[in-house]
Design a protein around this ligand. Structure first.
Ligand SMILES: Nc1ncnc2c1ncn2[C@@H]1O[C@H](COP(=O)(O)OP(=O)(O)O)[C@@H](O)[C@H]1O
Ligand SMILES: CC(C)(COP(=O)(O)O)[C@@H](O)C(=O)NCCC(=O)O
Length: 233
């Protein structure tokens, strides 16, 4: 009989470095002497596509709990724990700013699954009105929260925003192309505005309240340097 995968989650604010941390952990775990089968997915793929967010009038809440197809995500987690082979996980692109149609990551009975996203530590305490429901966090065996002061988060967010628009300079089909020809100072102001209007609100309302639930808190300072590691015993 197959054993259920060990699930490690990585959460934290938008642009704190979840994806980067998850990719590094993925490489490190794969290189263990026992060569475990390790898969990495992000909950971004379970966001509703932009068209659906627009239809529901929640485009300005992308990344908030309401913006995810939680039923689909829970179904995936149940199936992966049940050892179902070749599961298809939808993929999100920061460049197109949307879920990519017909693109999937295949998760095929891994020994370890890393799941990263802003919402992975949310549980029943965040939704007292919902009873008898299972949450993503119920499936997690070990949770990591990547933490940093908001002034750094904003800097890293703006830097990534500028990089994304640079990468779409010649490609009008990419979402970020609309910002590519703006003067840099305007692009920086716009990125800061989006941060305040959406990602800051999400951080305060939905992400930070989960921090102390994590088994491990990695706190980063300037230049992404790890300043402290807190492990719950
Ligand atoms: N350890 C690191 N060193 C240098 N740059 C980093 C590091 N971690 C993240 N970054 C950069 O910070 C930005 C946000 O990181 P990312 O992993 O995309 O965050 P998240 O997945 O939390 O949104 C990206 O531009 C990324 O390249
Ligand atoms: C899709 C996301 C919630 C994902 O978060 P991330 O993987 O970047 O941490 C975020 O990148 C996002 O798009 N937030 C909405 C506001 C904005 O455009 O930044």
């Amino acid at each position: 009989m197959e054993t259920a995968p060990f699930i490690i989650s990585i959460s934290g604010s938008v642009s704190v470095g979840k994806t980067t941390t998850a990719r590094l952990l993925h490489e490190l775990l794969k290189a263990w002497p026992s060569k475990p089968k390790v898969s990495l997915i992000t909950t971004d793929g379970f966001l509703y596509p932009n068209a659906e967010l627009e239809k529901r009038g929640i485009m300005n809440q992308k990344g908030f709990p309401v913006s995810y197809d939680v039923k689909r995500l829970m179904k995936f987690l149940c199936q992966v724990k049940d050892g179902i082979p070749k599961l298809k996980v939808p993929v999100y692109s920061h460049l197109t700013y949307d879920v990519v149609p017909d693109k999937f990551t295949i998760v095929d009975r891994p020994d370890i699954l890393i799941i990263e996203g802003v919402n992975v530590l949310q549980n029943g305490a965040d939704y007292p009105e919902i009873r008898n429901r299972v949450f993503i966090s119920d499936f997690i065996d070990f949770s990591i929260y990547v933490d940093a002061e908001e002034e750094y988060l904003i800097k890293w967010y703006v830097d990534r925003f500028l990089k994304l628009r640079e990468n779409t300079f010649d490609d009008p089909s990419c979402y970020f192309h609309r910002y590519a020809h703006m003067p840099e100072s305007e692009a920086i102001s716009l990125a800061k505005m989006i941060w305040q209007a959406v990602n800051h609100v999400n951080l305060i309302k939905n992400i930070l309240p989960c921090r102390n639930r994590a088994n491990l808190i990695l706190r980063k300072g300037a230049e992404h340097k790890i300043e402290s590691i807190l492990l719950r015993k």
